[in-house]
Ligand binder design. Sequence first.
Ligand code: ATP
Ligand code: MG
Length: 249
Amino acid sequence: MRRILTVEHAGKSFESEGRRIPVLKDVSFSVSEGEMLGIVGLSGCGKSTLLSVVAGLIEPDTGTVSLSVGEGIPLSPTSPELYRYVQLVVQEPSEMFSPRMTIGEFLCEPLRSLGLRQEDRHLEELFASVGLDADLLSARPHMLSGGQLQRVVLARAFLSAPKLILYDEPTSALDVITQAQILELIRELRKKRPSAGIFVSHDLAAVQSVVDRILVMSEGCIVEELAPSELTRAKHPATRRLLDAQLTG
Ligand SMILES: Nc1ncnc2c1ncn2[C@@H]1O[C@H](COP(=O)(O)OP(=O)(O)OP(=O)(O)O)[C@@H](O)[C@H]1O
Ligand SMILES: [Mg+2]
């Protein structure tokens, strides 16, 4: 499979109380076209920072990130064109909405910024495919539940047919039943509209159910790579701690 994302020796530190705290230390990995990569690790190990680097929201201090979308020169995360190819889904969907926007306006925002327009009929079809009623297109975000908002965010992420979708704990703020529904929706959407993804979560069972391969992070480093079926046999102490926490908690 062709590589779509290549991260090589990425490093990032943040200033805190006059000291530089390294948050990413020499991180290298790649994602192939259509592949879903899982990243797990304890809170604070650098997962969201890594996704922000890939999304071009923060610049790494060292190393390179390149996206190869099959149109010649690889893109860097600072390329203005990146928006066309990479979409982000976050834990708290309400953070992504402006209260004044209707759901329909939110849905079309990325397309509009690309100078494209989506026909109403297609929007309604897409909306139906994420299990939402077309009436909600004219609603305001506060009228929707967290699960419904996450469905809208997913619909928007898939609408511009991105090459890579970054999921940062997309189910962590939801109740258990809604979590299962959102995971099922992600699996369905990926079948219909193939894209590569990076799926970050604390929930190991959720990760196992949607990804093709798992990287374990600890203190800013990738410490282990596993197939989903190998997770319970993981050897690294960081992975064992995660597993033990899930089994007891
Ligand atoms: N902009 C920033 N300035 C200073 N420190 C930061 C910044 N962003 C992240 N950090 C620090 O970097 C470390 C890693 O944070 P990050 O959010 O990447 O962890 P995470 O693995 O996503 O954790 P969680 O599972 O809780 O979401 C934390 O100690 C955090 O406080
Ligand atoms: Mg995080």
